[in-house]
Design a protein around this ligand. Structure first.
Ligand code: ADE
Ligand code: ZN
Length: 341
């Protein structure tokens, strides 16, 4: 099963680029930019990654982002992630970035997006990895700050496919950002939102009805509302689920308790993603492996996560056809070799 997972074509729809900052690169950037960090070594940084909930993670995560200063830093961060994509056979990725984490420290919006964009272009031409950017609003900040961020994004409309909503969920409901999302949709962006990770199932309902999202990020608490689950099934509303993240942030006690495989079997359009891989112990392949170790699945069930992600992605229909063909050819090759055994 490990070999099957490693070689499977994967599509990532829930990855915070700031969450892919490995401790080694954090140290390198801290040195380059003369930023003080409260750790003596990369191992010490890793040892500090013990979280009891979303907020304890966010506190460390925002601190880590302080080493990102120059356009080249954002390039290096994104390029390192794309090299991991190649290793994990991720063929398409839709990447979150949090401009406010940087603009609030005096870094220009253009510095952030130009560095990311340059890496993505190189990823397309040198690695054959297709990609797009999703700009997230930090939900612990106010509506005015989100509006100002949207304004700064408008000249880069062609580089950003959608807006999203992340950071501290509980107490920051979708309604708080309804008007910003209306303006973003009006400007031609698609929308997604984190909901039902730590917040209640009603936040998933509100993200769909008020923010008009095309996907829900996480969404695992939908099971608390059976009518909502039926709605998600009927409408094929995608959930971008992050198994290792959910264990690290204690949304579930252990992988055996995770509801992702159950949701897949109930017909939801669920996908597997890594969220903040440098903090949660693994990239895409690691997430698939951890899930498969705790839940027996067939090859076609595992491949269904990739097919769901293709269906849920914001890429062109031409690229979707290529990606589906890649997954289906692999599946049929595998079933032939299983039959021969
Ligand atoms: N920002 C980065 N990772 C996040 C997560 N899992 N939930 C909310 N905001 C985030
Ligand atoms: Zn996330």
């Amino acid at each position: 099963m490990d070999a099957f997972i490693r070689a499977l074509s994967k599509i990532e729809l829930h990855l915070h680029i700031e969450g892919s900052l490995e401790p080694e690169l954090m140290f390198e950037l801290a040195r380059r930019n003369r930023v003080a960090i409260p750790f003596a070594s990369a191992d010490e940084v890793r040892a500090a990654y013990e979280f009891s909930n979303l907020q304890t993670f966010l506190d460390i995560y925002y601190q880590g982002a302080n080493v990102l200063i120059e356009e080249q830093d954002f390039f290096d961060l994104c390029w390192a992630y794309l090299l991991r994509c190649r290793q994990d056979n991720v063929l398409h990725t839709e990447i979150f970035f949090d401009p406010q984490t940087h603009t609030d420290r005096g870094i220009k919006f253009d510095t952030v997006i130009n560095g990311l964009q340059r890496a993505l272009e190189r990823g397309r031409s040198e690695l054959g990895i297709s990609s797009s950017l999703i700009m997230c609003f930090l939900r612990h900040l106010d509506e005015e700050s989100a509006f100002s961020t949207l304004q700064q994004a408008l000249p880069h409309r062609d580089k950003i496919v959608a807006v999203g909503l992340d950071s501290a969920e509980a107490g920051n409901p979708p309604k708080k950002f309804q008007r910003v999302f209306e303006a973003a949709l009006e400007a031609g962006f698609l929308s997604v939102a984190h909901a039902g990770e730590e917040g209640p199932a009603s936040y998933i309902r509100d993200a769909i009805s008020l923010l008009k999202v095309s996907r829900i990020d996480h969404g695992v608490r939908c099971v608390e509302d059976p009518d909502l689950v039926q709605q998600l099934i009927d409408t094929r509303m995608p959930l971008t689920v992050c198994p290792l993240s959910n264990i690290k942030l204690r949304v579930f006690d252990d992988m055996g308790q995770h509801n992702l495989v159950d949701l897949l079997r109930r017909g939801l359009c669920v996908t597997v993603n890594s969220d903040d891989p440098a903090y949660f112990g693994g990239y895409m392949t690691d997430n698939f492996l951890a899930l498969a170790e705790a839940h027996a699945m067939t090859h076609s069930e595992i491949a269904q996560f990739s097919l769901n992600a293709i269906e849920a992605s914001f890429t062109s229909s031409e690229r979707k056809h290529q990606l589906v063909a890649s997954v289906e050819e692999y599946l049929s090759q595998q079933s032939k070799s299983t039959c021969r055994r």
